[in-house]
Design a protein around this ligand. Structure first.
Ligand code: PMP
Length: 407
């Protein structure tokens, strides 16, 4: 049963049981309509109330300023790797409406701190083939800071950042799901994201896929775009949430007419989505419905963002403390060496000794701990402890780690 299992999946991840129970009812007979939520028109009044409710709840939960638009779309975080580039190049082109011959292609800056920001950077590289050889839309993406040489076990320090003041945007990933590294929220931490170094007027983009609504977002208003796939803290996979400053909702067809930038495929153009209230084409109605239920649950049952922050902090501290103690006994090793950069959501470690990892995972399975195996690209163990993972589950996992390491 669900009660016997503790699910530490990295995404798709566990959702609150009460929400799933309500969603199961809605799947069959939404609010006594005699029709399931997936059987209702996305333009009907029922679904409109769902999506508008989700938007209002998200705005309230994260205190999203009025000059930002919230969009629900598809394509996942990966879709936004390219959508961010294409939409922001159009915005940049419209802000620089010189004739094509005079257009100077901008740089785009990437902060690379783990697997997902690497993938976003690679996608920008892939798209850097110019649409018109004589008139490139941007130069090769730049790495503005990278911790690859230290295997993503730390974050850059302030001196390592090198932002370009003419960049069309700066990109970073707030929480690296695979590596378990996250920017600390307190500005006084050496490895906090250096908002003060972002040049005036340069658009800042953040991938929040795996830390969305786990705690407040520092400096929302310093961001141009924040996006997140739903499938960690918010809901099922299939819906991607975008928070976009309104001036960046631009007509990309207009931009392409100026030359040098390609028009953006229509389902990826943020303005089209915004002009149609996320209903330009059929949205993923069921994931949006479940996300709406999760938001209500977080607000009414979990104390909103402050409550979530408190619980998530307690969960992470307990697990890291247990692992630090276990490390001192030589049985486990935490992957992220810099304490303030350790993710609250994805706790990565290795089990030392020949055959010990297999033994650890087997023992974990017996106790009902599921999906603890690290990402296939890095191995090791990863405990993902998103909003729906309870402190009780963490306590039990800590007991097991202590037992495994000989108390
Ligand atoms: N960014 C981050 C931080 C992620 O964790 C993921 C997926 N785990 C992605 C992007 C890609 O998201 P998707 O699989 O929804 O395309």
């Amino acid at each position: 049963t669900r009660e016997q299992v503790h699910n530490f999946a990295a995404g798709p991840s566990p959702l609150p049981t009460t929400v799933l129970e309500e969603a199961a009812l809605g799947l069959l007979n939404y609010e006594e309509t005699g029709m399931g939520i997936c059987e209702l028109s996305h333009r009907g009044k029922e679904f409109k109330a769902v999506i508008e409710g989700a938007e209002a709840d998200l705005r309230a939960l994260l205190s999203i300023p009025e000059n930002y638009t919230i969009l629900f779309t598809q394509g996942g975080g990966t879709g936004q790797f390219s959508a961010v580039l294409l939409n922001l190049l159009s915005a940049h082109r419209l802000a620089n409406p010189v004739p094509a011959e005079e257009f100077k292609p901008p740089v785009v800056d990437y902060v690379v701190t783990g697997s997902w920001s690497s993938k976003a950077y690679s996608e920008a590289q892939r798209l850097s083939l110019p649409p018109f050889p004589s008139c490139p839309s941007f130069s090769e993406p730049r790495i503005a800071a990278s911790t690859k040489s230290t295997n993503w076990t730390r974050l850059p320090s302030k001196e390592e950042y090198n932002f370009n003041k003419d960049a069309a945007y700066i990109y970073y990933c707030e929480n690296e799901t695979i590596n378990g590294i996250e920017f600390p929220p307190k500005p006084e931490d050496d490895s906090a994201f250096p908002f003060d170094l972002v040049p005036e007027g340069v658009n800042l983009v953040a991938d929040y896929s795996s830390s969305f609504i786990s705690r407040p977002i520092p400096n929302i208003e310093k961001h141009a775009v924040i996006y997140a796939g739903a499938q960690k803290n918010l809901g099922p996979s299939g819906v991607t949430v975008l928070i976009i400053r309104n001036d960046l909702l631009v007509d990309t067809t207009q931009a392409s007419k100026l030359g040098c930038v390609p028009p953006v495929p229509i389902t990826y153009e943020w303005k089209i989505l915004a002009d149609n209230g996320s209903l330009y084409n059929t949205p993923p109605t069921f994931p949006i419905y479940v996300s709406a239920l999760v938001l209500k649950h977080l607000i009414s049952e979990k104390g909103g963002l402050q409550g979530l922050e408190k619980t998530n902090k307690a969960k992470a501290e307990l697990l890291y403390q247990t692992l630090d103690d276990a490390e001192s006994k030589g049985k486990v090793k935490l992957v992220v060496r810099e304490k303030s950069a350790r993710s609250w959501m994805n706790v990565t470690f290795t089990i030392e000794g020949e055959g010990q990892e297999k033994k650890f995972l087997e023992g974990a399975e017996k106790r009902g701990f599921r999906q603890l195996k690290g990402h296939r690209s890095v191995g090791g163990i990863r405990a993902s402890i998103y909003n729906a993972v309870t402190l009780d589950s963490i306590n039990l996992l800590c007991e097991y780690i202590k037992e495994f390491c000989g108390k």
